[in-house]
Design a protein. Structure first.
Length: 81
């Protein structure tokens, strides 16, 4: 469960960086609109919901997770086709 928070934070930071110099399109509290899911092989994926999904319809989210004991880390990149 502890590995589910870092990808949300990493996503928000990646999205924020992509908007450098622009005002935020939604409020600060969007964690409930970012869902961490896994496929049949256990690979992580980020599913966007609500307003966040509307603002990023054309964006692909890539996520990598790692954890060991009490420490967890995530890296998120955003790309457009």
């Amino acid at each position: 469960m502890a590995a589910l928070w870092p990808p949300k934070e990493a996503f928000i930071k990646a999205w924020s960086e992509s908007l450098w110099g622009s005002p935020p399109p939604v409020g600060e509290h969007v964690h409930d609109q970012i869902e961490i899911i896994r496929d049949a092989w256990g690979r992580p994926r980020i599913r966007l919901l609500g307003e966040v999904a509307k603002h990023l319809e054309d964006v692909t989210v890539h996520v990598s997770l790692s954890h060991d004991g009490p420490a967890a880390i995530a890296m998120v990149t955003l790309s457009r086709p």
